[in-house]
Design a protein around this ligand. Structure first.
Ligand SMILES: C[S@@+](CC[C@H](N)C(=O)[O-])C[C@H]1O[C@@H](n2cnc3c(N)ncnc32)[C@H](O)[C@@H]1O
Length: 368
């Protein structure tokens, strides 16, 4: 065990966490040395002696020096392979997403990932784009166990899934949280009827159902494998208010005419083609649609290269216009009077100059 004599502060236990955070923010805390404590005090190792004015700023008991155990520094993947490979984590599977890695590099990265991170049991490489109606992708196992099934944890829920058989994107965790947090959670009149039109293995549906147990969610998907996992995930998360339904929404939407208070349309490439069905399912009093759209926005014709945020704004405006036009087109048929866009944002970058845009829209109905 390596130790070192370091300057440190002695802090009363009850103030320990607060002062530790302050020191860390000020970059005064040695994060490679183990913090020690006794019954009453905590000893926080410092990167250097404190200056006089700093002593006054931090509320601690005493400045001294003490012996600290030095912790082994964790090496990063970049330290080991010399570059930062792009990969995403789904459960215990690391998926290499840059398709241009050579065989030798792939092996290097895969073994480095497994050696550095105990939680990684499989390294796979994405060998096709996300494609087809079911939005699936092909993977090739590079290292570790030979499987593509895993359990992913997100926002307090667990999702079992096979990465080759269903769509799943861990980068949408924040977006799912955003949508789930809008669902009303109190009892009584606050019960919401929600339809998740393109539910996949259920990450929107299950999080909402868990958060708002008085709500009822119908989770629909055309992919039988997604529905099989969705049903398993309903059990895995112990939610009773999600109903999984397999089918093409174009064929089954009539069953849900006028039912929904809230509709989630997470099929960015073609959600706009399903807006008529969504409006038909929406409660005529009018309620909320979470609409996702893929928009690119770049014109070679401009002399000056536009700034990234200008391109994003242009893409957001295109998505808003698309939604407004479609709702107007189908609105009369379903007695919808107006559309109020409550929020529109970039959810993620899809490709250079192409973005997934998320829109929360209130659709107001004509009183019947
Ligand atoms: C982009 S994925 C979204 C999955 C899920 N919402 C998520 O966040 O992981 C779109 C899903 O829509 C399903 N899908 C595509 N067309 C459909 C249709 N016409 N009816 C029902 N589901 C459909 C696909 O099988 C896929 O699982």
């Amino acid at each position: 065990m390596k130790t070192e004599h370091l300057p440190c502060v002695r802090v009363e236990k009850r103030k320990g966490e607060e002062i530790r955070r302050t020191l860390k923010e000020l970059e005064l805390l040695r994060t490679d040395a183990r913090i020690t404590s006794n019954d009453n005090f905590i000893y926080l190792p410092l990167t250097r002696e404190l200056k006089e004015d700093e002593v006054g700023e931090i509320d601690f008991t005493e400045l001294l020096t003490a012996e600290f155990e030095l912790l082994e520094q964790r090496r990063s993947i970049e330290d080991v392979v010399g570059f930062k490979p792009s990969y995403e984590m789904v459960g215990d599977i690391a998926v290499l997403t840059a398709m241009d890695l050579t065989g030798e590099n792939e092996q290097l990265v895969a073994h480095a990932l497994i050696n550095l991170h105990k939680n990684i049991k499989v390294v796979a490489k994405q060998v096709s784009p996300v494609e087809g109606v079911f939005r699936k992708r092909k993977l090739e196992i590079i290292a570790g166990e030979n499987r593509t099934e895993t359990i992913h944890r997100e926002n307090g829920c667990r999702y079992k899934l096979d990465l080759e058989k269903v769509y799943f994107n861990p980068r949408l965790a924040t977006e799912r949280n955003r949508v789930a947090s809008q669902v009303r959670t109190r009892d009584g009149d606050n019960k919401e009827e929600i339809i998740d039109m393109f539910a996949g293995v259920g990450p929107f549906s299950i999080q909402i159902a868990k958060r708002a147990p008085q709500s009822h969610v119908t989770a629909i998907d055309a992919n039988p494998d997604a529905i099989r996992y969705l049903r398993e995930n309903i059990e895995l998360n112990g939610v009773r208010n999600v109903e999984a339904m397999e089918g093409d929404i174009k064929e089954i939407y009539e069953r849900f005419r006028n039912k929904a208070d809230r509709i989630i349309m997470n099929l960015p490439k073609s959600a706009y083609l399903f807006l008529r069905e969504a409006l038909c399912m929406l409660n005529p009093r009018g309620r909320i649609i979470h609409f996702y759209d893929l928009e690119s926005s770049y014109s070679d014709a401009t002399d000056e290269e536009p700034k990234a945020h200008e391109i994003e704004i242009a893409a957001i405006n295109k998505a808003k216009a698309k939604l407004s036009a479609k709702v107007k087109e189908a609105g009369d048929e379903f007695h919808f009077r107006s559309l109020e866009i409550r929020d529109a944002r970039k959810v993620k970058t899809y490709a250079p100059y192409a973005y997934i845009i998320g829109i929360d829209a209130a659709i107001i109905g004509t009183p019947q």
